[in-house]
Design a binder for this molecule. Structure first.
Ligand code: UDP
Ligand code: MG
Length: 320
């Protein structure tokens, strides 16, 4: 059962969010009032912003001790920002949410209620639709989710947001997944726990611009696939086996034809095509292995996920 003064930590990764933050902060204040039985802390992770994000957050902190500012030494990416949030959150309950109100804070009381029912360890949100998103982006997103669900054992839900409220036990599990190449949707799925999915209607960003372009999303989706599946590597072996079989059969065919019909006009063009095809497949497969090798290289180097260069929290975990 809930104690009177349980703490909820809200982690908010921010990268150039000066326009969106005041709107969010106001809403957070309103939401906190709807949760009178809990204390709250807001962990703003400034992911190396180049606008006035830092000043904006520090101005909130000046008059509100719930506000904790963690400024990165450079842009490390949203995944690193979330990880820094998890490392620094002290709450009995922890939630991650975007700065742009696409993860509506007003859902928190409902999420808390579901968590308190005792049936779940975390309440996650997913978009019921992709309204307002560019058609091409929706299409690729759908394809990505279909693919990753087929080739991994991990439960990754289409339209899932990173916005979720979880109990301390689950946070500890997330922290134990200390890999360098992070893909949170996969991590949440991999660690398991009883999760309740709360669908909500998609909304547009409150202010400012999205920080993800197509290329960045594409690379992120590859991170997700490679982080949770070895199928691409198997693909390399299987295409190798298939090509070996094809070349064996075609050699046999050519030998038989030579014996029966003699040597017809030599087929240089087809030969050239075959050589380039096989060369292409080989390079593609080496490329896949190279990608995994590069990821492994980064993991073994054990570089920190993030570096905090400025904070108003005395007990901050500055490098991890
Ligand atoms: N973000 C971040 N670091 C980055 C990119 C984004 O901390 O390098 C934050 C951003 O400030 C926002 C959240 O991640 O709070 C989601 O970003 P955005 O809204 O741009 O993504 P979208 O909703 O368009 O997918
Ligand atoms: Mg957004």
């Amino acid at each position: 059962m809930k104690k009177a003064n349980d703490l909820i930590s809200l982690i908010i990764p921010c990268y150039n969010e000066q326009e969106a933050l005041p709107i969010l902060y106001e809403e957070l204040g309103r939401t906190a009032k709807l949760l009178p039985d809990y204390e709250t802390e807001f962990l703003f992770i400034d992911d190396g912003s180049r606008d006035r994000t830092r000043e904006t957050i520090l101005s909130f902190a000046a008059s509100d001790e719930r506000v904790r500012y963690y400024g990165f030494s450079r842009n490390f990416g949203k995944e690193a920002a979330m990880y820094a949030g998890f490392c620094n959150a002290r709450g009995d309950y922890v939630a991650v949410m975007d700065a742009d109100m696409q993860d509506p804070p007003s859902l928190l009381p409902r999420m808390m209620e579901l968590l308190q029912s005792g049936e779940y360890d975390s309440v996650a949100t997913r978009r019921a639709d992709r309204a307002g998103e560019p058609a091409l982006r929706s299409m690729f997103a759908r394809m990505f989710y279909r693919l990753i669900r087929t080739i991994t054992d991990t439960d990754i839900v289409d339209g899932a947001r990173d916005f979720r409220l979880m109990k301390r036990e689950m946070v500890e599990a997330v922290l134990a997944m200390s890999e360098y190449n992070r893909f949170s949707k996969g991590i949440f799925g991999w660690i398991g726990f009883r999760t309740c999915w709360l669908p909500f209607e998609n909304r547009e960003r409150s202010a400012g611009k999205t920080k993800w372009n197509f290329w960045k999303l594409f690379k992120y989706s590859l991170d997700g696939i490679m982080g949770f599946s070895h199928v691409p590597l198997e693909l390399a072996s299987w295409s190798g086996i298939a090509l070996t079989a094809v070349s064996f059969l075609s050699s046999l065919f050519i030998a038989v034809r030579r014996i029966l019909f003699g040597d017809p006009v030599p087929g240089w063009p087809s030969l050239a095509c075959i050589i380039t095809f096989i060369g292409g497949v080989q390079l593609f497969c080496i490329g896949i292995m190279g990608q995994y090798l590069a990821k492994t290289y980064l993991e073994v180097k054990k570089r920190p996920h993030y570096i905090i260069s400025e904070t108003n929290a005395e007990d901050a975990v500055k490098i991890k």
